[in-house]
Design a protein. Structure first.
Length: 264
């Protein structure tokens, strides 16, 4: 078995006792979960799949994306390498199901060993693949997602932007969450990995402008400057005719969406 075992073990250790625990205790919680965020609105507009379509997530964490997609009519299934995480996700999805029946399942599995005959209209990850520093391991993940996706289906990747102006500080001070090593993706480098899969068309866009300032060690920046930059930047930059390579200097995340050929 050829995969980055240290990365998987690092995540298992980091998430054993903390992280990715969501709840749906009230109607207010339910309404918030059901609402599609800006990034999902844009992704779903690109892929244009039917609400009854089947969706697969690798590294599903606590199930937040699965719950939202399921409440919007999709049939979803997710895997995660940590049994602690999938247990939390199962509990969370049960809580959501108490408010509205959903078609959502999770299981504990490693994507490198995952062997199923199912196929999906869309396969995706949020913040997983970038932690596998070796390109050969990332290629294995892409190939597995490719095999899990129907011809004409879509593969979606959402990764931290490795080119934003606060990136060096984030690395040095261990800001913005779990301190698991990750590569510095750019729009071009990530698009290239999708091109090597022969996906076409491929859409690349940046997202969440100035969000990284919320983790700035200066309270003046994180509490006073950040809200104005975040609101203004996300109202203006998505519609500004600048290159994504320039926008990535101010974006927290990069989103890449590619379609599997119909004849594969």
């Amino acid at each position: 078995m050829n995969y980055d075992y240290d990365t998987s073990k690092s995540w298992q250790s980091a998430l054993e006792k903390e992280g990715y625990e969501h709840h749906c205790f009230s109607k207010k919680d339910f309404n918030k979960i059901k609402r599609l965020g800006r990034v999902w609105q844009r992704i779903l507009k690109i892929v244009n799949i039917n609400p009854s379509s089947r969706i697969f997530e690798v590294g599903c964490g606590g199930g937040i994306h699965l719950a939202t997609l399921a409440l919007n009519g999709f049939e979803v299934h997710g895997i995660d390498v940590s049994i602690d995480v999938t247990t939390r996700a199962e509990n969370y999805l049960k809580e959501v199901n108490n408010f509205n029946p959903i078609n959502a399942t999770v299981e504990t599995a490693d994507i490198f060993d995952y062997q199923v005959s199912d196929s999906y209209d869309m396969s995706f990850h949020f913040g997983v693949v970038e932690h596998f520093l070796d390109i050969t391991q990332r290629q294995q993940i892409w190939n597995k997602l490719y095999s899990l996706t129907k011809p004409g289906g879509w593969i979606v990747s959402v990764v931290p932007c490795g080119q934003h102006i606060m990136r060096e500080m984030v690395r040095e001070k261990g800001l913005c969450g779990y301190n698991i090593p990750e590569i510095d993706y750019s729009c071009e480098s990530h698009k290239r990995e999708f091109e090597e899969l022969n996906l076409s068309p491929i859409y690349v866009f940046t997202h969440n402008y100035f969000s990284f300032f919320s983790a700035h060690p200066s309270k003046f920046v994180s509490k006073i400057i950040y809200p104005f930059l975040f609101i203004g930047g996300n109202l203006v930059l998505p519609y500004t005719p600048l290159s994504e390579n320039l926008k990535e200097k101010y974006a927290q995340t990069i989103v890449v969406v590619g379609q599997k050929p119909n004849n594969s």
